[in-house]
Write a protein that binds this ligand. Structure first.
Ligand code: PMT
Length: 399
């Protein structure tokens, strides 16, 4: 989601977690948003308004009467906001919003807001569990507010339970997801990502340079667009995207088993994984010792199952199968051949071997080829952006 030219209203209330709102503001600004902070007097006891003013590059609204340049600043802020995020949200603000009370700058502004709102409750676990707080949260939910559940853990008051404000990156991720159009709602999407690792012995293996970045970016984008995403991933050092069911595998055999068992019921299957085409015939049980071999050692390899070909043979007419092709030459010829041989609906072909596309890079450049003969050149861009263009194209094809 592009936050450029988006006005985001960040409401900060008086909880110990108010310091996390500073990092949230930073993340929103980094994403390109214009952020206006409205804070309560209690919030000011935890974080100074200057911090928010410097980082947001906007005046903070704290007092309805003394802070405003015009008598309707709060209305302007509410009307111009594309979305509102209140973090942390205390029991007090939750109660006031649920009852429509307007007795300070934030609550008064909120009554005039018509854009999507996310509320992030944060308080002591007994307060959070209190029936009145829960009742107020239910009211807000029924009114169309999005409530982000607090984390559980040790709280500032040393008690343990639900009430901790989630990490800023997580709040940002869910806030962004709230604003993305849900054009993959009710779609089950099965993705494979990362490399496969084929053992030679307990310490050595055959694999490739896939970092998982491309596959993870597609899984993350599809989840934000409302898809129910399952990702089968080879060993990578990335965190699983929020909301995605992630199944870790190591070898091609394991990936094949998981992909085939999740195939029934999937609407869209995207095979981004770089699967090892061959594996050692007979992996050694113990570490192969140098002293047992001369200057040369030969490792016999045997063909791995072609997972996407197996899926292509099994898939129903309703299932849409997308492959990736990593090529060092003859991109178009090889990609078109793979569509035919593996019964694909679409293939994303990328030239690998340069530092800014293909393996490991944050960016990629692909050409999409469809079974119907159409093609689309996608220039070099961030993998996260490319993921969304790929999904747009798939949605267009499946209607
Ligand atoms: O992970 P990153 O570092 O972000 O890098 C991304 C990427 C370069 C790995 C990705 O963009 C990519 O190109 N993935 C496909 C890599 C690949 O295995 O290409 P291929 O041309 O060898 O295979 C074609 C298709 O067959 C792929 O969809 C592959 O998943 C599938 N395949 C291949 C072999 C096999 N035994 N089983 C398969 O399913």
């Amino acid at each position: 989601m592009n936050f450029k030219n988006k006005n985001i209203l960040l409401g900060v209330t008086g909880g110990i977690a108010a310091y996390k709102a500073v990092e949230l503001l930073r993340l929103l600004k980094k994403a390109g948003a214009n952020v206006n902070v409205v804070m309560t007097h209690s919030a000011k006891k935890f974080v100074g308004r200057t911090t928010f003013e410097v980082l947001s590059e906007n005046k903070v609204l704290l007092d309805l009467f003394s802070d405003t340049e015009s008598s309707v600043t709060h209305i302007d802020l509410a009307t111009n906001a594309h979305a509102v995020l209140i973090a942390p949200a205390t029991a007090n603000i939750i109660a006031k919003l649920a009852q429509g009370i307007a007795d300070d700058a934030l609550t008064t502004t909120m009554l005039a807001v018509t854009s999507p709102v996310m509320i992030c409750p944060s308080m002591n676990s007994d307060m959070y569990a209190n029936i009145r707080v829960q009742r107020n949260l239910d009211i807000l939910e029924e009114d169309g507010f999005n409530i982000l559940d607090p984390d559980s853990g040790v709280l500032a008051c040393k008690s343990v339970g639900a009430g901790r404000l989630p990490d800023p990156w997580f709040i940002f991720d869910r806030f962004e997801a709230m604003l993305v159009k849900k054009d993959l709602k009710n779609k089950k999407i099965l993705i494979s990502a990362g490399p496969t690792v084929e053992a030679i012995d307990p310490v050595r293996f055959v694999s490739n340079h896939s970092s998982g970045k491309m596959g993870y970016a597609i899984a993350q984008a599809a989840e934000k667009r409302g898809g129910q995403v399952t990702m089968v991933s080879g060993p990578v050092s990335l965190d699983p995207p929020v909301g995605v069911e992630c199944i870790d595998v190591v070898s091609c055999e394991e990936m094949a088993q998981q992909m085939l068992s999740h195939l029934p019921g999937s609407d869209i299957i995207i095979k981004v994984a770089a699967v090892a085409d061959y594996k050692p015939v007979d992996p050694a049980d113990n570490k192969i010792k140098k002293k047992d071999h001369g200057k040369n050692i030969a490792i016999s390899l045997i063909e791995n199952p072609d997972i996407i070909k197996l899926i292509g043979a099994k898939k129903t007419k309703e299932q849409f199968l997308v492959g990736f092709a990593a090529e060092t030459n003859d991109l178009e010829k090889n990609a078109l051949l793979k569509i035919k041989k593996k019964n694909l609906d679409m293939i994303a072909a990328n030239l690998v071997g340069s530092s800014d596309s293909g393996f490991k890079a944050d960016t990629n450049k692909v050409k999409l080829f469809s079974r119907d003969g159409s093609s689309l050149d996608i220039p070099l861009m961030e993998k996260s952006k490319l993921a969304n263009i790929l999904l747009d194209h798939i949605i267009e094809k499946i209607g």
